[in-house]
Design a protein around this ligand. Sequence first.
Ligand SMILES: Nc1ncnc2c1ncn2[C@@H]1O[C@H](COP(=O)(O)OP(=O)(O)O)[C@@H](O)[C@H]1O
Ligand SMILES: [Mg+2]
Length: 327
Amino acid sequence: MPQLEKTILEVQDLSIAYPITIGVVRAVEGVSFTLDDGEALGLVGESGCGKSTLGLSILKLHRPPGRVTGGKILYRGTDILSMSDRALLKMRGQNISMIFQNPLTSLNPLFTVEKHFLETIHFHDASMPRERARAAVGKMLETLGIEKKRLKEYPHQLSGGMRQRIMIGLALIMNPDIIIADEPTTSLDVIVEAGFTDLLMSLRSIYKLSIILITHNLGLVAEIADRIAVMYAGRLMEVATTEEIFAHPLHPYTQGLIACVPNILVDQKELVTMPGSPPDLVDRPAGCPFAPRCPQVIPICRQKTPALIQHAPSHSAACWLYRQKEG
Ligand SMILES: Nc1ncnc2c1ncn2[C@@H]1O[C@H](COP(=O)(O)OP(=O)(O)O)[C@@H](O)[C@H]1O
Ligand SMILES: [Mg+2]
């Protein structure tokens, strides 16, 4: 990645916990990463590893009883976590926007498509004349390839793919510079998913967006992301450019994830799945969280947690094995 690109978002040593009756769920632990202007970062990992918790925290929208127990989230140098509620309301949508997993639960069943757009604009800019707002909505629909007549329809009248397009339009209508998309294609079928990927790529260049794409689907991020951050049990295991991750995965967890991506070039008799399951985030064992499932585990892995260390200019990993090999 070019070194000149400006960092637009910086997450520093972030930890988020959910205190529950049986203990404390440590959903995010000491996570640090940066996002450059115009960059697309893929955040991947199995279900329950803390991806959504991390994504929501960037908008300071963590679900109750979630609490930030440490760290900072800097948007253009300002810590989001210490912003006032008023500033947060403006920031969400105008600077950073989110596309959620299930569009049907995020759209209001009683609002037409048009009302969704006009309400969103009015919320952020109450003084915008209605005609200008309508013109902005019309332009957005054109960009999204949606017919104008859809404006009068209600969410239940739209297909899954169309709803997801509307969600993207709503996320972009105030011209934010960062989009966080959390499993945006989970509710779509494969053909619609392919269309979504193309749309996201074209919107990215039209709007000069920075993107954080959250998904368990390594194949999907490979198409969109410049860099990939691999998350496991609340921690980042590896961060590298997409090329590096696939060409030289350092962490055994990343290697396992890649082995599970269906490959049409290799004659695979059956889909590979990784043995074992992620650890309980309440009662964490000492050491690397992946150690119990790791095919290359060595004694130190069970005693001390490895830090995320930079091994090459754009490649970091948190793995004792690799550090031992190097030293
Ligand atoms: N509101 C909540 N209360 C308690 N625990 C939660 C809550 N939301 C998520 N968790 C727990 O936090 C961990 C991370 O969840 P999540 O961020 O949703 O992971 P992912 O998006 O990777 O599937 C999981 O163990 C999950 O059970
Ligand atoms: Mg999630």
